[in-house]
Design a protein around this ligand. Structure first.
Ligand code: AMP
Length: 183
């Protein structure tokens, strides 16, 4: 699941995970759990997370490697929130290849910027995530454009990129995802 913050990656990834019966791996969820539990990873990640910046690859690459090696991910998985940088994309490709697997589909949820800002501010009131402050929201959107958006071209070149309009009801978007994947 690729797409800017607020595009619905988590929601649609969850629906897809239930529908296809394969697990969803979300680096953001793992980081939030690590911060809550106060683990070394959580402590190191917190200041980047709270500022809306990417947690450095030096911390994330190891995390991704560990997740991809888990037995439950061996029959396929939905990746939510990673890869987010070129280095992460390379690691994912290398690790999957080593396991005889590949990234079959990349879904990009297309949502206009004004709608993203509206959703993120709305969610801030409901969920109270520590990175939903106005300043962190601005940084997260900027970071997406700088570091993650270039992956769109990378995956398009590999012929695995699908663009899905990410506006409408949750059900409508889920239906559009289903049509794109053909299952
Ligand atoms: P998310 O829940 O996917 O919106 O991620 C929330 C925050 O967690 C991001 O703004 C980053 O600080 C951090 N994060 C999540 N996934 C990654 C990743 N793959 N690489 C770096 N930072 C990440």
């Amino acid at each position: 699941m690729l797409g800017p913050p607020g595009s619905g990656k988590g929601t649609q990834g969850q629906i897809l995970s239930s529908r296809l019966g394969i697990p969803k791996i979300a680096t953001g969820d793992i980081l939030r759990a690590a911060m809550k539990a106060g683990t070394p990873l959580g402590k190191d990640a917190k200041r980047f997370y709270d500022a809306g910046k990417l947690v450095p690859d030096s911390l994330i690459l190891e995390l991704i490697k560990t997740e991809l090696a888990k037995p439950e991910a061996q029959q396929g998985a939905i990746f939510d929130g990673f890869p987010r940088t070129a280095a992460q994309a390379e690691l994912v490709e290398r690790t999957l290849t080593a396991h005889g697997q590949r990234l079959a589909h990349v879904l990009l949820l297309d949502v206009p910027e004004e709608e993203l800002v509206k959703r993120l501010h709305g969610r801030a009131l409901q969920e109270g995530r520590t990175d939903d402050t106005p300043e962190a929201i601005r940084t997260r959107l900027l970071t997406y454009h700088q570091d993650t958006a270039p992956l769109v071209a990378y995956y398009a070149q590999r012929g695995v990129m699908h663009r899905v309009p990410g506006v409408g009801t949750v059900e409508e978007i889920a239906e559009a995802v289903k049509r794109k994947l053909g299952r």
